[in-house]
Design a protein around this ligand. Sequence first.
Ligand code: SF4
Ligand code: SF4
Length: 474
Amino acid sequence: MSQQQQAPKAAGTQRIKVKTVDVGEVDRFNPSNRIYVRKTDGLWTQLRRRMGWIMMVLFLALPWLRWDDRQAVLFDLGERKFHVFALTIWPQDLILLAFLLMMAAFALFFVTTFLGRVWCGYMCPQSVWTFIFIWFEEKIEGARNKRMKLDKAPWSWDKLWRKTAKHSAWVAVALFTSLTFLSYFNSAPSLYADFFSGNASFSVYFWGTFFAAATYGNAGWMREIMCIHMCPYARFQAVMFDSDTFIVGYDTKRGETRGPRGRKQDHKAMGLGDCIDCNLCVQVCPTGIDIRNGLQYECINCGACIDACDEVMTKMNYSKGLISYTTERNLNGGSSNVARPKLIGYGAAFGAILVAFFYMLVSLSPLQLDVLRDRNSLYRHNSAGQLENVYTLKLINKSEQQQVFDLSLANLEGHQWIGPQQVQMQGGEVVSLPISIAIEPGELKRAVVTVTFTLKNQQTGASVEQESRFFGEL
Ligand code: SF4
Ligand code: SF4
């Protein structure tokens, strides 16, 4: 595998050198080049499994939780409302979504600068689902060597049932994943009942099949190809790396010259370093790279090679850590600087957006009032000789309960309200209310008056105001 080195430099900071692999030599799309990941165990593998479990349990359980009389987490696209426990987000509140995305972006920048691609290794759904699919593969087809042998062997009854069982398990997981995902957009119990009784809508069957096929294809077949060739994050993460970013690194000074030796032999006297060249770090790697060649953008920081190598080091009675989470500065004998300007900047931006997000969240009003003036005429004279302006009031009860609201107008002395001034609305109801405001011509002091409409909840006292204008004769 030929490799070239990039050494981009930013003003003030020295970026880490990242190696790119010439994919022309290894065609990852060719099934004969598929990676047979070897099972490993150890501290980082355990941590990764636990993180995967937390992610999975959250993903599976959230659509089944209840809040009041509804699903706790429901993105109701038909009603255009997002329910997240006590919170209901309306289209008018979608600015929150923009802040949420900005927060996620800066959190990713911060974590990547600090800890490299740990998101990919420990929490990215692509990795979590790939490891689940590999787990089924291992249980049904056996360990790495057995799987390689099985794939090369001619078709037999043993091969047929193992392949059938593996793909059936993959399809079941993929379908379950797809239905769970759709449960965030539909009532979970009815979705399952309708789907399996054949009563679901066409769109549910279409998206159910689409997401199941995507899961099966990504986690079963594409795997590292998604991370290497399709994930945009893999492409731009090197921009955030610097010499103090935690990466998975191989201690070349300690490991080289690599080579086999007996456990009891004095390898130093043989001119060898600590690497016994067993290749286990490559066999356990889900992206199939050799970390001893230096940091490569395919590395997802999963730590599997660390666990594999630590096990080898322990068996050889050498100290652990030939491959470890470290920084490039540490590997070069320096000491890492955690508090660097770029990291502090990302952290500060994340903190500021977080505070703004929560401020907006707690300031969300449970009611909304929009005032639309009649566009056809500025004013008119009614049958009583009064000056009259026509408005349409759009009222939204964003709460979940039925409420009674009072409407009023301020800043127009002597006005008469023509239309209902008390409205009863169901939870989540939107009402369009045409009304008129009239005044005796002599009472109007100016041709244009700024007026304030108020919508007030009778029970809670919460209110919102909206300004508009009243037009009269010049
Ligand atoms: S697992 Fe460790 S000892 Fe074995 S080849 Fe990799 S770096 Fe060398
Ligand atoms: S090199 Fe190590 S940390 Fe990186 S992806 Fe491979 S196994 Fe994971």
